[in-house]
Design a protein around this ligand. Structure first.
Ligand SMILES: [Zn+2]
Length: 60
């Protein structure tokens, strides 16, 4: 089946009013200022929130 009526510009616009994409959120490392994803360790200096403990690698 084919559409019986053309979709008007108005209707098309209303339908697409929900399709906008948002840019990814970027945070900046408080230590070195490099952009990094929030809740991720800094790619340049490895800084993480000091209140969050990460498993420490032990040698031996
Ligand atoms: Zn950093």
């Amino acid at each position: 089946m084919q559409p019986k009526k053309n979709t008007s510009r108005s209707r098309k616009g209303k339908r697409r009013s929900h399709q906008a994409i948002t840019p990814p959120h970027v945070d900046y490392c408080p230590k070195c200022g490099a952009p990094r994803k929030s809740h991720y360790a800094c790619g340049r200096c490895g800084y993480v929130n000091p209140r969050v403990s990460l498993p420490v690698e032990e040698e031996s």
